[in-house]
Design a protein around this ligand. Structure first.
Ligand code: ADP
Ligand code: MG
Length: 205
């Protein structure tokens, strides 16, 4: 792969992520207004616009280093509970990815990065958080599912947070009243996954 091709790919990934977050910021805000404090759309948009502004700089780095730098930027700019968690996801994935080239290795690295998010959030699957999308997506990736199928898994997993009761994060303050609403972080995670697999899928078609 030439450096030019590599650069283009990272920039395209960043554009796809920032575009989908910007397009759905109001929806993420509305979801967070229902069971949180209404800042998730603005938080995510701020973070991904900050990354977009420095896309060229990230694209010049090898992917592991680019992911680590993006994670640091997310921690600095997103804020809230989700900033350190998305930041950890990107930073840990960057760390775990070093030297990995194949899909199975990528899936395993993603699994370890998600575990790092869970450790940071003192959370686990089933608590109505972003983890409820991340784990099924990792499983679908490990099973060799297609890009489209992985995006569908992500969307369904976000939908599946609706009947859950929040056990972690701000929504947990609502107890049973958190039931019946989609978790904002699960939705933003599904949006990011859809943007990513669309880019990766189109590279291999
Ligand atoms: P805040 O809750 O501080 O306002 P955001 O609104 O940006 O931050 O993000 C809320 C999202 O963060 C939730 O919808 C949930 O998915 C995720 N989240 C919050 N706490 C945790 C946690 N401990 N573990 C995993 N995810 C969490
Ligand atoms: Mg919030």
């Amino acid at each position: 792969m030439s450096p030019a091709t590599r650069d283009l790919k990272v920039e395209a990934l960043i554009t796809a992520m920032a575009d989908t977050i910007a397009a759905h910021a109001d929806e993420l805000t509305a979801l967070d207004q229902a069971i949180g404090d209404g800042d998730h759309g603005a938080n995510m948009k701020r973070g991904f616009e900050a990354i977009r502004a420095e896309a060229e700089q990230y694209a010049a780095k090898p992917l592991p280093d680019a992911l680590k730098a993006m994670g640091t930027k997310l921690v600095m700019t997103v804020g809230g509970a989700s900033g350190p968690l998305f930041g950890t996801l990107f930073m840990a994935l960057g760390k775990e990815l070093s030297g990995i080239v194949d899909r199975a290795g990528f899936a395993a690295a993603l699994g370890r990065a998600i575990d790092a998010v869970a450790a940071r959030g003192k959370s686990q699957a089933g608590q109505k958080t972003m983890l409820d999308v991340l784990y099924p997506v990792q499983q679908a990736l490990a099973e060799g599912k297609s890009a489209d199928a992985i995006a569908s898994v992500a969307a369904a997993a976000a939908d599946a947070t609706v009947p859950m009761k929040a056990i972690r994060g701000r929504a947990s303050f609502l107890g049973d009243r958190s039931i019946g609403h989609m978790d904002p972080g699960a939705r933003s995670t599904a949006l990011l996954v859809a943007a990513l697999v669309c880019q990766i899928g189109s590279k291999h078609d």
